[in-house]
Each structure stands twice: as C-alpha cells, then as structure tokens.
Write a protein of this length. Structure first.
Length: 329
C-alpha cells in the first residue's frame, strides 16, 4: 500500500479509502491510485482488511429457484448493484423451501464470510416458527409478508391495478386473469389487485385460471378462454403466459386486439417484438436492486436492522395488443 501511495503521489490513507470504495475521494485521484495499483500488481488482502474493518465486502444471496424471469432478473441486477458498491456476491439457489434448507444455506454463506444475506421470494418465512440465524443482516426481495425483515419489491398491487384499469377504460366489461402459481407472493398480489380493481369498478369478477409462469401454461389457459366468446380482455400475470394466450387465441381464429385484448406483466425484451407488440407492466429491477444493496449496506455499517418496506413504482407500457372491444369503436 505504501508503494502504491508513493507511485500515485498520495497518502496511504487515500489508498485505503480507494480500496474500500469510499466516496470522499476525488475521481481524478481515485483513477491515479487505481492506475498505480494495476502497474504494481497490487491486490488488497481481504482477510487483513476484514480484521481491521470487521467487513468482508461480500453479500450472500439465497434464491428459491431461478426459472422465473423475475427471479433471474433480480439476481442479475443485484449482482451488478453490489459490484458497483464494491461488494462481491456469493449465491446459493435452493428449490425446497424448508426450514432445514434455509438454515443450511445460511450456514454455507456465513462460512464464506459474508456481511449480509439477501433472500429472494422466500415464502418459507410465512412459517411462524422459522427464525433466521441472528447476527447477520438480512434484506428480502419480494417476500416476508410478516415484515420481520426489511424488504424491497416492485409495487405489484399498483402494477396489476394499472393494467386492469387500462383494459376497463378501453370499454371492456370485465377482464379475465391468468394468474401465476398459487404459492407465489407476486402472483397472489397481482391477482388480489386485479380482483379488487374489478370490484371497485363494479365489473363482474370471472374465475381465475392458474399457470406456472410458462408460455405453455398460458397456452393451455388461452385454449380455455378462446372457447368463451364473451372473453374480450385477458390480463396474464407475466409476459410468457401472455405469449401462450396469444398463440391459443390466434389458433382459434380470435384476432388480437380486434376480437380480444391481451396484456402481460414484466416487459421482457421480447414483448416489444411480438405480433402484435404486447401491452405490459414494466418492473424496474435495477432500482429494486440498488435499494436492496443500499439498505443492506446501511445495516452493515450502522449495525442495526431498519424496519423498512420499500416499493418501487412500476410503469404501464401500452402497445398494440390492447384496444376497445369489438362492440366499441
């Protein structure tokens, strides 16, 4: 560190601030120090730094399955946000939401010397008897309805309300819903908000069809809906299922949006390139991740867990898959 300081023409304290990613360093000075580190092949000794600071600058991440678009995008955004903050990420993906699996994942991560742990969509926390191991800061990404831990998520309720209201405002008498899995927090909140929005508008509330987030499950639900001539608007709980519904409707000779309007949720990259382009709800996973990392760092540095629940506002993206019903101009 002394050699780096001498080459960069700064103090050892300045080098330390750069190494620890502190903000109180001018950018020109930071770049000079980083250049000197590269020239000398200097690598910070994380073990020695941890002895001094008590921090490893590493976060643990527990994801309960990566198959869904939302979970995969959350992991990607969290990894990038942590990196920008000077933290590495150690991730464990587990499929079985059991108390034993959660505790084993915590043990593995704490043995890898992480400063805090993020859990994504952990329905297991609904179990009243489950208590996460103490001593490690925790932040939830979509989960923990009991609010025992700080949580950040997209405002699923607002997103479902926006898309349902959009379809009603176009003149549709009601909106059918293809929901996600019954054990998903996001799916539950979207379905509940869809139901409440219809009730508030005085519209009939049709029966819910359930899928598993896949296009195949949306296709099967779409085949059922296509046989019902009164169906003029469908809100699918994610874009993949909306894609399946669109395929089923087209095969049945139902034109989109002339005969039936279809909307999704997530705004995956492919949504703008479907035929027709899909109306959907955009989630800002990058903002969610930034807030999770900021909340985690606050806990790590302050040493106390804030009882915060933060919701990031979604955006309705209107495209050509939605229009007034056939009876309306």
């Amino acid at each position: 560190m002394a050699d780096v300081a001498a080459l960069a023409g700064v103090s050892s304290q300045t080098v330390s601030r750069v190494v620890n990613n502190r903000s109180n360093v001018e950018e020109e000075t930071r770049q000079r120090v980083l250049s000197a580190m590269r020239m000398l092949g200097y690598r910070p000794n994380t073990a020695a730094r941890a002895l001094v600071t008590g921090q490893f600058r590493a976060l643990g991440l527990i994801s309960f399955g990566l198959a869904s678009f939302g979970n995969a995008r959350t992991v990607d955004a969290l990894t990038k946000a942590a990196q920008r903050a000077g933290y590495t990420v150690n991730m464990i993906a587990i499929e079985s939401q059991t108390e034993q699996a959660v505790h084993e994942a915590f043990d593995q991560l704490t043995m890898q010397a992480v400063d805090g742990i993020v859990l994504i969509e952990a329905q297991i926390l609904d179990t009243p008897a489950l208590r996460l191991p103490p001593g490690v800061p925790v932040v939830m990404a979509d989960g923990d309805v009991s609010h025992r831990h700080p949580m950040v998520d997209t405002d699923q309720v607002q997103g479902a309300r926006l898309v349902t209201r959009h379809l009603l405002d176009l003149g549709h008498e009601t909106v059918w819903h293809v929901a996600g899995p019954e054990d998903s927090y996001a799916a539950k909140r979207r379905a509940e908000s869809w139901h409440a929005t219809l009730k508030q508008a005085g519209a009939a509330v049709p029966g819910v069809l359930f899928g598993d987030w896949s296009a195949a499950s949306g296709y099967e639900a779409g085949r059922v809906l296509a046989r019902r001539p009164g169906v003029t608007a469908v809100f699918a709980a994610n874009d993949q299922m909306a894609l399946g519904v669109m395929r089923a409707m087209t095969e049945a000779g139902r034109r989109i949006p002339d005969d039936v309007s279809i909307a999704g949720f997530d705004d995956i990259e492919e949504s703008a390139y479907l035929s027709p382009p899909l109306t959907t709800v955009r989630q800002d996973f990058d903002v969610v991740a930034e807030r999770i990392v900021a909340l985690m760092i606050d806990q790590i540095e302050a040493g106390a867990a804030p009882a915060d629940t933060a919701y990031v506002a979604p955006e309705l993206v209107v495209r050509q898959s939605t229009a007034p019903p056939p009876s309306r101009p």
